[in-house]
Design a protein around this ligand. Sequence first.
Ligand SMILES: [Fe+2]
Length: 189
Amino acid sequence: MKIDTLNDIVSLYARWGNVRYSEAITQTEHAVQCARLAERDSAGPSLVLAALLHDIGHLVDLDLKDGHEITDVDTSHETTGGRVLSGVMPVSVRNPIVLHVKAKRWLCSQQKGYFDSLSPASINSLRLQGGPYSDEEAERFSALPGFDDAIALRLWDDIGKIPDWGGDISEFEEILSHYFELLDARATP
Ligand SMILES: [Fe+2]
């Protein structure tokens, strides 16, 4: 699957956004809450969009498996997310998405108390994703361009699981439309 239009994103969330992200909220609510948190922290538009779309790879996986969730292997949803958005979103949006799992591995390794704050589901996925970084791996990761954005996104990801805070993708339609208009403008000769 590849995302070509804004409607591709809207219809993907319409199909699978109601799947539970956790007991408390759905995939769509999680996405919107993360984007709200990014806005609250005065993130720029590309990072807000990265927060909104950071788990789009999970929705693509659901689409490919007709709604069947895979929890016993790492599907590299962050790589899938970066790939499906490669034709429509700039690196500034895709890079934090691609790095947000690595950011968790870095935080588990380098930030005291972070691991203990993870939910059982997150600890399970961490194990599948390779576990906490060694100090050497952590140093290499922190030298990557986009490190700060990846860590910021990861921290919103951890918070954006709030019951009764709702959320619908239409809340960010304006910013999404803006990026697709930029794309159209570039494509116009
Ligand atoms: Fe997430």
